[in-house]
Design a binder for this molecule. Structure first.
Ligand SMILES: Cc1cc2nc3c(=O)[nH]c(=O)nc-3n(C[C@H](O)[C@H](O)[C@H](O)COP(=O)(O)O)c2cc1C
Length: 446
């Protein structure tokens, strides 16, 4: 939805249009990445990691990284960028963030929030770049709160700068090629540059120019770039409340203060935003695309894995349905532990494992096998681990329990000695006969 002339809270017309829901369906998500469907990209990733089957997840990511480099996806530096057609520096007048039509979504939100920012930081030691999508609350014309959660790479970079006592340069890109913002959401491991991944997706390297007020590179085609610093000695600020993608308000918490030193933009820039709330919302399509694209990396590491779905109701981390080809007892539990050890999958609160023929994208079908095949005491495991910062159900923030439920048919080696019953299925002959009769009936009606 493109709002050509958005109007601010005091009735004033903004100088910039707002684009919302640009990724809000499977089709739009694929178009944003220049493809007919995202599975095409998954197949390409599969080809990259299959070249030399990896021995573990770490090796699979390394292979992907090398593959991306070979595909000429490396970012390149250029002299000039459209993102700097207009330059506004702090201290030289102007309304700063107030000139951007940043949305306040829910009635009890603590203020306006930038919801689709590509937050660019660097590791102060290795200089490795990270891009993460971390929302930002506008606190004033030239300051904002940076909501990088405890477990995210931006937070890790921030901690290093704080320990070194050095001001941290941060750049926030908005818009530009739609693959860039998508890459910022993708759960890539530390060390893979999201902009290299975006270059791979678009078959074209992302071009960079130096920021105008900070020692950091910014994508040349962005609609807006907000440059600034986080002070290592600065007290964290109140961030929130924010009506979150959990469907609940995330309460006020402490996050770093981001001081804006410059805002640059294209002439005719469009401000991109998303609205989050009870699922399904736009972020569901972003998350689903990541799962489809990165699935081959998981499959390489877990040969029994057939398919995996994060149903919208589970808002990413609450619920994962996984199907597997079971060969030996307790293999479903083995797979669950592996998934909990795979990057941001560590946040998954509940994993339901089903047999290979079950369609994990059909929640009703999964629930049928969950009900039918589970003896709760025998088939559930509980573990403790880190939890998503947004999970309000855990007794204390950031840690909690996780449950795995094995809804596959049980083997004798799993303590089941009764002989698993056969499922009722229509015989192929009866099904074919029914089809013939139905076709004839349709023909008669015509
Ligand atoms: C619309 C949207 C908003 C998000 N907001 C945040 C946020 O405010 N804070 C956060 O830590 N993660 C947020 N995420 C999730 C991160 O972008 C995601 O975990 C990403 O992989 C983090 O990158 P990193 O591993 O480089 O830290 C958001 C994701 C989406 C799709």
């Amino acid at each position: 939805m493109l709002f050509e002339k958005p109007v601010g809270p005091n009735g004033e017309e903004s100088g910039f249009p707002v684009l919302i829901n640009g990724y809000g369906s499977a089709r739009r998500m694929a178009l944003a990445l220049g493809k007919e469907n995202v599975e095409e990209i998954g197949n390409e990733v599969g080809a990259l990691v299959k070249a030399k089957p990896p021995a573990g997840l770490g090796e699979a990511w390394d292979l992907l990284k090398k593959g991306l480099e070979l595909r000429h996806a490396r970012p390149v530096s250029v002299g000039r960028g459209a993102c700097q057609e207009v330059v506004k520096k702090a201290g030289e007048g102007g309304g700063g963030l107030g000139e951007i039509p940043v949305l306040k979504t829910w009635p009890k939100d603590g203020g306006p929030f930038l919801t689709l920012p590509q937050v660019i930081t660097e590791d102060p030691e290795t200089k490795e770049r990270n891009v993460g999508m971390y929302r930002m609350q506008v606190l004033g014309p030239w300051e904002a709160a940076l909501h990088w959660q405890l477990h995210k790479v931006g937070a890790r970079h921030g901690k290093k700068y704080r320990e070194m006592g050095r001001p941290m340069p941060v750049a926030v890109a908005l818009g530009g090629d739609p693959a860039n913002a998508f890459a910022a959401t993708a759960p890539l491991p530390d060390g893979i540059d999201e902009y290299m991944f975006a270059g791979f997706l678009r078959r074209k390297s992302v071009s960079f120019v130096p920021a105008v007020s900070q020692p950091i590179q910014v994508p040349a085609d962005a609609d807006f770039v907000i440059e600034g610093t986080v002070d290592p000695a600065g007290e964290p600020v109140d961030e929130g409340p924010f009506g979150d993608h959990t469907g609940f308000y995330t309460p006020v918490d402490k996050y770093p203060r981001f001081r804006v030193t410059a805002i640059t933009h294209r002439k005719g820039a469009i401000y991109p935003a998303t609205v989050v709330g009870k699922p399904p919302m736009e972020d569901f399509w972003l998350g689903s695309a990541s799962v489809r694209i990165l699935m081959p990396v998981l499959k390489m590491n877990f040969p029994e894995l057939v398919d995996l779905a994060l149903p919208a109701e589970g808002i990413f981390h609450n619920l994962v349905f996984v199907s597997l080809k079971k060969q030996y007892p307790y293999q479903a539990f083995k797979l669950m532990h592996g998934l909990w050890g795979a990057g941001q999958m560590m946040f998954t609160k509940m994993i339901v494992a089903v047999d290979e023929q079950v369609n994990v994208h059909d929640t009703s079908e999964v629930l049928f096998y969950l009900g039918a095949n589970v003896d709760p005491e025998r088939d559930m495991i509980f573990i403790k681990g880190p939890s998503d910062s947004l999970d309000h159900a855990t007794s204390v923030p950031n840690v909690g329990s996780h449950v795995g439920i094995d809804a596959t048919r049980k083997l004798p080696g799993e303590g089941y000695a009764r002989g698993w019953p056969e499922e009722c299925r229509t015989s192929p002959e009866a099904a074919a006969r029914a089809q013939t009769l139905l076709a004839a009936a349709r023909g008669n009606r015509r």
